[in-house]
Design a protein around this ligand. Structure first.
Ligand SMILES: *Cc1c(COP(=O)(O)O)cnc(C)c1O
Length: 395
């Protein structure tokens, strides 16, 4: 048996392979440079063009671009009219922003447990958490696989709630053949560099509601009813601020990059699916691993490839396996620490034990590198390193 690097052996790779990375080409560089030479660096023509292209891709009537996925969530929670005293049900198995956005509007996050296979929010747990104060549900399409959206839609209809889908991982995913972005009342995306496409920083909300889209356009611009270029066209300086908004605008530089990246989304998705298929066929034979739990009628965008360690088969815990793979120069990661375990949430009174499935799975999960810039050699390195480390620690 080959010695792992952590035990003094030679690492599988000389260079570090991150779990996620942007793919930027010459066309992207030129698209951004063109904006730099134009009159509009922000609130110009690229914003609307990007929004239109994104709405078309996501199958929605409207897309509202903002400057982060977190701002997209904030805008969605604002549009859903979440306010002080309102409860919003969400998952603990996510990045903190999915819950923080509720706090921004004075609402109270209520955590519902996940399905142990898909790690998506469990509709049964959601229904059990509904009270008279519940206003909305924020479901996350974990790792790029759509949540149980039909079941969640039935719940919001039955109880008169709003469904917000945090699809930060899931641009390009489908559910019963329909694109993510066309299903929930409000769907949010992130275009951070590790996400399916990038604008540097950025986010977007899709909706079929003219009313909600207008509200969010205002929200991203201080709560002002008109945009700068509209006032130019109307020959007036007058504008009105009618709600408390923020500066969440996405610049034309970012939008030009987004437009260019969107043209490559299908190529990116294809490569992510190829890598996932290679992992699944090569790692499936290892008894110490459980592969990602896939549910029928949906195609994942494969933002993350998350395995679960069968700790009964190992002489090591997740921390040791993690450290051993990092020593091989494989940028494994963990998605996610249950949100309410963070000290800020603990101080708000959330206690451990709230979501047992999420907490138990948290001890076992490990994210393997997956992104479109990975070569076949990179993929083989991951497979080799995982097999080596898991074999070394096998009980
Ligand atoms: C990345 C991410 C966000 C936040 O997006 P930013 O663009 O980084 O603000 C929100 N929710 C989830 C699930 C994410 O992965």
């Amino acid at each position: 048996m080959e010695k792992p690097a952590i035990a003094g052996g030679k690492p599988v790779r000389d260079t570090y392979l991150p779990y996620g990375h942007q793919y930027v080409d010459q066309a992207d560089v030129e698209a951004v440079a063109e904006v730099l030479r134009s009159d509009w660096l922000t609130t110009g023509p690229k914003v609307g063009a990007y929004e239109e292209a994104l709405a078309t891709r996501a199958g929605s009537r409207f897309a509202v671009a903002v400057n982060s996925g977190t701002a997209a969530l904030h805008a969605a929670v604002f549009a859903a009219e979440v306010g002080p005293g309102d409860e919003v049900i969400t998952t603990p198995m996510t990045f903190a922003a999915s819950a923080n956005c509720i706090l921004y509007q004075g609402g109270r996050p209520v955590f519902a447990d996940v399905q142990p296979d898909s790690l998506n929010i469990d509709p049964g747990a959601v229904e059990a958490a509904i009270t008279l104060r519940t206003k909305a549900i924020i479901a996350v399409d974990y790792a790029g696989q759509p949540a149980d959206l039909d079941e969640l839609r039935q719940i919001v209809q039955r109880y008169g709630l709003v469904l917000i889908e945090d699809a930060a991982h899931a641009l390009g995913a489908t559910y019963y053949g329909k694109p993510v972005g066309s299903i929930s009342e409000l769907t949010t995306f992130s275009t951070h560099p590790v996400k399916p496409i990038t604008t540097g920083e950025g986010g977007v909300v899709t909706t079929d509601s003219d009313h909600l889209a207008r509200k969010m356009r205002q929200f991203r611009n201080h709560g002002i009813t008109t945009e700068h270029h509209q006032r130019d066209q109307m020959v007036t300086w007058v504008y009105e601020m009618t709600a408390l908004g923020y500066n969440y605008r996405l610049s034309d530089l970012n939008c030009a990059l987004g437009l260019s990246q969107l043209g490559k989304l299908d190529v990116f998705l294809k490569r992510r699916r190829e890598i996932a298929a290679r992992y699944s066929s090569s790692l499936g034979a290892l008894p110490a691993l459980t592969l990602p739990g896939l549910r029928p009628h949906r195609e994942s965008a494969w933002h993350l490839y998350v395995v679960q360690l069968n700790l009964e088969c190992l002489r090591a815990d997740r921390q040791q396996i993690f450290a051993a793979l990092r020593a091989e120069n494989i940028g494994v990661n963990v998605h996610y620490i249950p949100v309410y375990w963070h000290p800020y949430y603990r101080d708000l009174g959330y206690q451990r034990g709230l979501c047992p499935a999420a907490e138990s799975v948290y001890e076992r999960i490990l994210t393997l590198p997956i992104h479109p810039a990975m070569s076949d050699r990179d993929v083989d390195d991951v497979i080799e390193a995982v097999a080596k480390v898991v074999e070394f620690y096998s009980a």
